[in-house]
Design a protein around this ligand. Structure first.
Ligand SMILES: [Zn+2]
Length: 430
């Protein structure tokens, strides 16, 4: 989708070139996208152009200069972010296509995202990620297995707690979606097409990834992106490359341990925890929460309650401009025989720490090098988990402060609190 007037980019485009031709570090956004597609073997491109579209056609031609086949659809009148999809089917040869926007820079392992889309048998898959300002962003609300349940637009009044999950503007789609777009009609992709499909129960999924996807629709964002491209930060997040993570325990590490936490009003951040996560977010390490929550197996609450507690945690962190790249929790407990227990969760499992199922699942999902990662927590269980997984280990002296006495283990690092731990662990990294 290479239309759009780019009013907010006028200082760069002078209204003489269309928005996707705005240079980022000396090269048009659209050309950067094309290079990225060609590197990944995606060679067939359809450019949907509008305002000043002839400039795009002059530059890219039939695509042969870029090693691509490029064809064009011209919008005579603006059709919004999805109206042109009605004209796409005659140009599609396969069952699946990527939908990209001309003001979004990305460095993404697209094959990985397409495999997710195919496994889910989705009609559309949205690339989603947490961001540093969820309070004024449009949010995607997911149910089980990453299925999109609804969109929470920023024009709504957002009350209560919410998960920090934002649509980044990059899609894999089944060609069948085009038949849901009326001809010659202005259609908004998220507010009309996708919202309508979700309401009618269509299989729309969210692909969560820490990879670099950035809307560069303002001059300020272009300048930030230039720095992120040139420093290698954007490329380093591509999941083809090995990632590093900090695996954070929850109760007693990120939030205050007040006995068991099974209602959201019991959750309160440890002092300095948001600042510590900010250091992780800026370091290039992924911030991944891994927590045992036997409160579900004990019958104190349901998985939905744990989800709500995590929504509160994400809301509080989001207000501070920081985020967790993912959250894993184990709802199980192995010992049966308590009166209130929930027998479905009273099972031995691979995810309960110090077993390493959660760390292994995160490593598989995000291509994490465990030996270059850290496990941080307030108990010997956390330290034993890190040792079992082959990560570095750090004990914080908040919460149980290592006095749980379950395992006879030595952490590599002991720190008064999470912020001190993180500053010591990540010293010298970006
Ligand atoms: Zn488990």
């Amino acid at each position: 989708m290479a239309g759009g007037k780019g009013t907010r980019l006028r200082a760069i485009t002078n209204d003489e070139i269309p928005k996707p031709m705005a240079p980022v570090a000396g090269k048009p956004i659209l050309e950067r996208q094309m290079e990225h597609l060609r590197e990944q073997g995606i060679l067939d491109v359809v450019l949907i152009t509008g305002h000043l579209g002839e400039k795009i056609r002059e530059y890219f031609g039939d695509g042969s200069r870029f090693g691509l086949r490029i064809r064009y659809i011209t919008e005579e009148t603006p059709l919004g972010s999805a109206g042109a999809l009605s004209m796409l089917p005659p140009l599609l040869e396969g069952p699946t296509f990527l939908l990209l926007f001309g003001d979004v820079l990305f460095d993404v392992d697209l094959g990985r995202m397409v495999r997710f889309h195919e496994e889910k048998k989705a009609m559309a898959t949205l690339f989603v990620h947490p961001n540093g300002h969820p309070f004024d962003s449009d949010l995607v609300v997911c149910g089980e297995e990453s299925r999109v349940m609804r969109f929470d637009s920023k024009h709504n009044v957002r009350s209560g707690w919410y998960h920090n999950l934002v649509n980044a503007g990059l899609y894999v789609m089944d060609r069948g979606i085009c038949s849901h777009v009326p001809e010659n009609t202005k259609v908004d992709l998220e507010k009309e097409l996708l919202s309508g499909l979700v309401e009618r129960g269509a299989p729309i999924y969210a692909y969560r990834s820490p990879e670099y996807v950035k809307d560069v629709g303002t001059v300020e964002r272009i300048r930030a992106a230039e720095e992120e491209l040139e420093s290698g930060f954007a490329a380093s997040r591509n999941l083809k490359r090995r990632q590093k993570a900090v695996f954070l325990d929850r109760d007693g590490t990120v939030n205050v341990k007040n006995g068991l936490v099974y209602r959201e009003d019991q959750l309160e951040l440890e002092p300095g925890a948001a600042e510590a996560i900010r250091v992780i977010n800026r370091s290039g390490y992924l911030a991944i929460l891994t927590t045992n929550q036997p409160v579900v197996a004990r019958g104190l609450c349901q998985p939905e309650d744990v989800e709500r507690i995590h929504a509160k945690l994400e809301t509080l962190l989001g207000r501070e401009g920081v985020w967790l790249d993912d959250i894993f929790y184990c709802p199980h407990h192995p010992d049966k025989g308590y009166p209130e227990e929930n027998p479905a969760y009273k099972i031995p499992c691979r995810c309960r720490k110090p077993d390493i199922g959660m760390l292994e699942a995160a490593a598989a999902r995000y291509n994490i090098d465990l030996s270059a990662s850290w496990t941080v927590g307030d108990t010997t269980v956390d330290i034993q988990t890190g040792i079992n997984a082959g990560t570095h280990t750090a004990l914080v002296l908040t919460g149980d402060a290592g006095r749980d006495g379950k395992y006879d283990v030595q952490p590599e690092l002991v720190a008064d609190d999470l912020l001190t731990a993180v500053n010591t662990m990540l010293k010298g990294t970006r």
